[in-house]
Write a protein that binds this ligand. Structure first.
Ligand code: SF4
Length: 208
């Protein structure tokens, strides 16, 4: 990555972390994927139960493989009955997630179709660890919502082969398609419980 982008990401992360702290959440900055993985593992004691939604970023940094192969109870949605997995995840020690966008003052924005991800972020798992590439940082909630709907959602719709307008045009047309993945919007502006939400910002592009 260009050294000026690296510098900019490190500088901007300080503002985002300050914003997160003002919202009762904990922020960290990792310069790269390897550092982010080590940092996440340092927050998750061995023996913990760990669930996740569809989090590309945690996969990209190698965290999911470490959890699957390590001394943890990984709740694997691909191998379990989906409802059973969802209920176990609500009672998990940790939930891994990314976000669709984050504002530079620490507000997290997520959209969801099935809504298992946004509901687990809001309540349930004892702790939530977000892995967030600095490419997700936006100026404000309006910008974050636009990013979620015009960047993240169309790419996800294409990824899952969904029949939505955005999967064909690459932009949100505010559909009510049965395939829509924009059923719920979660704006996390404050954490009621201190030490529940931890956000690891990564100075690389992760997810979309
Ligand atoms: S509302 Fe519909 S068109 Fe807009 S991003 Fe969501 S799925 Fe795509």
């Amino acid at each position: 990555m260009n050294e000026n982008i690296v510098k900019r990401n490190a500088l901007l992360s300080k503002t985002v972390i300050k914003g997160l702290e003002s919202r009762n959440m904990t922020g960290y900055y990792a310069e790269n994927a390897e550092e982010a993985k080590k940092l996440a593992l340092s927050l998750i004691p061995e023996g913990s139960s760990v669930g996740m939604g569809g989090c590309m970023s945690a996969n990209e940094i190698g965290l999911v493989d470490e959890i699957k192969n390590g001394n943890y109870t990984f709740i694997d949605r691909a191998k379990e009955d989906p409802r059973e997995a969802m209920l176990k995840t609500y009672d998990a020690d940790f939930f891994l997630s990314s976000c669709n966008a984050i504002t530079n003052d620490g507000v997290l924005v997520n959209i969801d179709g099935n809504s298992n991800r946004v509901s687990a972020i809001a309540q349930g798992p004892r702790k939530v660890i977000f892995i967030v590439g600095m490419n997700k940082v936006c100026d404000d909630v309006d910008g974050a919502m636009k990013r979620a709907r015009n960047v993240a959602a169309p790419i996800n719709a294409q990824r899952f082969g969904l029949d939505t307008p955005c999967s064909k045009t690459g932009q949100c047309l505010d559909c009510k398609s049965p395939d829509t993945i924009c059923c719920q919007f979660l704006i996390t502006r404050f954490s009621k419980h201190k030490d529940r939400i931890h956000v690891i910002l990564v100075g690389e592009d992760l997810g979309f």
